[in-house]
Write a protein that binds this ligand. Structure first.
Ligand SMILES: [Zn+2]
Length: 313
């Protein structure tokens, strides 16, 4: 073997060795491998949630940069105010302009709280520089019209609707949040509380690892948003027979999932275990995350939760 061939051979052997070594080093602490696609059970859960509630989902094969581009937002006949993370679209009326300013103010107030509560907030820079659009409907018919253009059919009872699209590789985009005309300062559907509730949904869905998590509960989705917003959904309807409810199954009536979840997270918080439970629940079932962190079995937590609910106003 002449000298040149010998050096080429030594070079190739060294390169292969280095590649194997680097592969080993970089994969040593790699997280568990996720599924390559969203499990069908997850798609079914979110589609059912879309049918029942005010958070709406769509599933597509892939998302590209255009899907994140705010220049492609629905913006016909709207005025807007914006900052680094939000765009508030509103109808051209003095009263609506004031409501838009308030909405932007409340959205910014929510950000540090969301960051602490969820362990991370998804800023525009985290979602391909997409600013989160919040639309203010000026009337009942306007609410339906905007919702239809942004992502789909409005739910008449809803104060707000959040539209999210998942791509098969787990990427997400929020098309926007649409607020009903009834959402106003100091009304029953208080503007600040609704902004906090919808932003909690936006951030929660972004925190979830939907390629990995396979078990979801309705009460975790609505409970967490209501608990974060400290909104009116905490109210347990009179004459509720708590013995008929269990956190281990979703209630027959969707609206019960709000107070059920609210007080489940309230109990977790009173034990000082809320953050650990919430963060584990991004990639696994809450029915696993709770016993893992709450210092008791799921059965015991469930019993404590019924007692806890009976002490709430
Ligand atoms: Zn909600």
């Amino acid at each position: 073997m002449d000298n040149r061939k010998k050096w080429i051979l030594i070079g190739l052997v060294s390169f292969s060795f280095l590649s194997i070594l680097l592969t080993f080093i970089f994969n040593r602490d790699a997280p568990p491998v996720s599924a390559l696609e969203i499990p069908q059970s997850t798609i079914d859960f979110f589609k059912k949630l879309s049918d029942l509630g005010h958070v709406k989902f769509d599933f597509v094969d892939s998302l590209d940069v255009d899907n994140f581009d705010n220049d492609k937002d629905y913006a016909d006949n709207f005025k807007k105010i914006e900052d680094d993370n939000f765009i508030i679209y509103y109808r051209d009326k003095p009263k609506e302009k004031l409501r838009a300013k308030k909405t932007l103010e409340y959205a910014n107030q929510a950000v540090p709280d969301l960051d602490r509560f969820f362990g991370k907030y998804y800023y525009a820079r985290d979602v391909n520089n997409r600013k989160l659009p919040i639309y203010l409907a000026a009337s009942k018919s306007d609410f339906s019209e905007i919702a239809e253009k942004v992502g789909g059919t409005a739910v008449s009872w809803a104060a707000g609707i959040t539209f999210t699209t998942f791509s098969s590789d787990g990427t997400k985009v929020c098309e926007g949040i649409v607020l009903s005309s009834t959402v106003q300062d100091d009304s029953r559907t208080d503007l600040k509380k609704v902004v906090f509730h919808e932003l909690a949904h936006y951030n929660h869905f972004h925190c979830m690892n939907i390629l990995q998590k396979t078990e979801f509960m309705n009460w975790e989705v609505e409970g967490l948003a209501s608990f974060f917003a400290n909104d009116w959904n905490k109210e347990i309807p009179s004459f509720t027979q708590l013995s008929k409810y269990s956190l281990m199954k979703d209630p027959a009536n969707y609206t019960d999932s709000y107070w059920m979840g609210y007080h489940a997270f309230g109990l977790a918080s009173s034990k000082g275990r809320l953050k650990a439970i919430v963060e584990d629940s991004y990639s696994e079932s809450l029915l696993t995350a709770i016993p893992q962190n709450a210092g008791c079995s799921m059965d015991e937590f469930d019993q404590q939760w019924r007692n806890y609910c009976s002490t709430q106003d």
